[in-house]
Ligand binder design. Structure first.
Ligand code: PLP
Length: 450
């Protein structure tokens, strides 16, 4: 296999990119974020080529989506073959092979959950939205619990569960009533200011629920579900201790509450297991998937225990959900990802080791954490846990200029979520560029040197 390096021949945005950016600025909604002026022309594996001929190494995978890399030949072939047969018939109303095959395939993961049924959606948000409806329908209870720092999507139900960035919610209210937010277990950054890995029992979510919410505010018999990301994504790539999820399972069992794992970002091999739940030994009642499931084609899934997915015919549906091209892409993606899990774990370890090496040289890196290829490095003012947000913003831009695609999350964390096909050499190249960028930024920011 050819050894590639990033190549920036024209400082981005180059002349071709500028034309497209101008057009976009003129006509596209101002709500889009546009992290940096990347204008993609094509991609291959973990490499992205822009419209001015620059080559970038992709460590963000279109927000943890292109699991099999850009345009994986097996996935492209599956989409092409499916598109030559038919583009649409509507899986809600009729039958087709790839739809039912994908449902069967997804129902087969996490066998400890028992028999399952699957509802296919167009996005992660829709999977969350559908799960909210299902939880209320099945339990006939109005309340739901979610977590501070959590992110679940942009429509009203999903948005109401969010608590990671105020801009996502500002002036959109009133949101869905009956959502209770409790603290997520963040071993590095406790909301009450405990030192890393030294939280008091009263800092945990179980305590907040059992000693406060269920005593003073809401009867647990009125709570339909707890929605939780087993590894926090947009909120900062935070890996909680297993006891956090185990406690949630215990509370759910005790009160007949449904445990919903939003694995939209952490699922489909991202952590070196098909689903992050496998790392914690805790099984949900409802599992949500999207993002990496179809390598970039719009698809999501609600995978629920059979005895939970009790909603009747006509109660929920979707015109496009489970589109044949997306189902074909998903089946091919799952074939590829299932064969890569061991490699993902090994590459992820190399990545974390490398980041820890950089942490020793650059005290601005406060914490390195993650599982598999879902890795975060949190940047802080050295000696404190004050977010180094400006440093991170500049790092993202500088890395881009040097041909490396990064994406932040939380207040000041860089998430490393490359396509799962990334190889050791590419991890080493990424670490080298990151180190170079940090040398430049450390010189620019004397406050981060000790
Ligand atoms: N849930 C989680 C954990 C996510 O990370 C995201 C997207 O970032 C969503 C839900 C929403 O998914 P989508 O953007 O596909 O609607």
């Amino acid at each position: 296999m050819q050894t590639l390096y990033p190549e920036v021949k024209v400082a981005p945005p180059g002349p071709n990119a500028r034309v497209i950016i101008e057009q976009d600025r003129r006509y596209a909604s101002p709500s889009y974020i546009k992290e940096y002026p990347l204008v993609i022309e094509r991609g291959e594996g973990p490499w992205v080529y822009d419209v001015d001929g620059n080559r970038f190494l992709d460590f963000m995978a279109g927000i943890a989506v292109t699991s099999t890399g850009h345009s994986h030949p097996q996935v492209v072939r599956a989409i092409r073959d499916a598109s030559e047969r038919f583009l649409h018939i509507c899986g809600t109303d009729f039958y087709y092979d790839v739809f039912s095959r994908l449902c069967e395939r997804l129902a087969g993961y996490l066998p400890e959950m028992g028999p399952k049924k699957v509802f296919l959606t167009n996005s992660g948000t829709e999977a969350v939205e559908g799960a909210l409806k299902l939880a209320r329908y099945h339990t006939r209870r109005p309340y739901v619990i979610a977590f501070k720092g959590g992110f679940h999507g942009r429509s009203y139900g999903a948005l109401s569960l969010n608590s990671s960035k105020v801009t996502q919610r500002a002036f959109f209210g009133p949101l869905l009533p009956g959502v209770i937010h409790v603290p997520y277990a963040n071993p590095y950054r406790c909301a009450r200011g405990c030192p890393p890995n030294a939280c008091e029992p009263s800092c945990n979510a179980a305590h907040a629920l059992e000693k406060d919410w269920f005593v003073n505010h809401v009867d647990p018999r009125e709570v339909a579900a707890i929605f939780v990301e087993p590894i926090l994504g947009e909120g900062g790539y935070v890996v909680p201790p297993a006891s956090f999820l185990q406690e949630l399972r215990r509370i759910c069992d005790q009160h007949g509450i449904l445990l919903v794992f939003d694995e939209i970002q952490s699922g489909i091999g991202r952590t070196g297991r098909m689903f992050a739940a496998e790392h914690f030994g805790v099984m949900p009642d409802i599992l949500l998937s999207a993002k990496g499931i179809a390598s970039g084609m719009p698809l999501g899934a609600i995978i629920a225990r059979e005895d939970v997915m009790t909603w009747p015919r006509g109660s929920h549906g979707s015109t496009y959900g489970g589109n044949p091209l997306c189902c074909a892409a998903a089946l091919a993606t799952l074939d590829v990802v299932e064969g890569m899990l061991e490699e993902v774990r090994a590459t992820g370890e190399l990545l974390q080791e490398g980041l820890r090496g950089l942490q020793r040289l650059h005290p601005v890196i406060g914490d390195v954490r993650g599982v598999g290829l879902m890795v975060g490095a949190e940047f802080v003012q050295p000696g404190t846990r004050e977010p180094a947000a400006t440093y991170v913003a500049e790092l993202e831009q500088l890395a881009f200029q040097k041909g490396l695609l990064l994406l932040s999350c939380g207040k000041s964390t860089i998430r490393f979520a490359p396509p799962l096909v990334v190889r050791r050499h590419e991890v080493e190249v990424m670490l080298h560029i990151l180190g170079e960028c940090m040398d430049v930024l450390d010189a620019r920011h004397p406050e981060v040197r000790t």
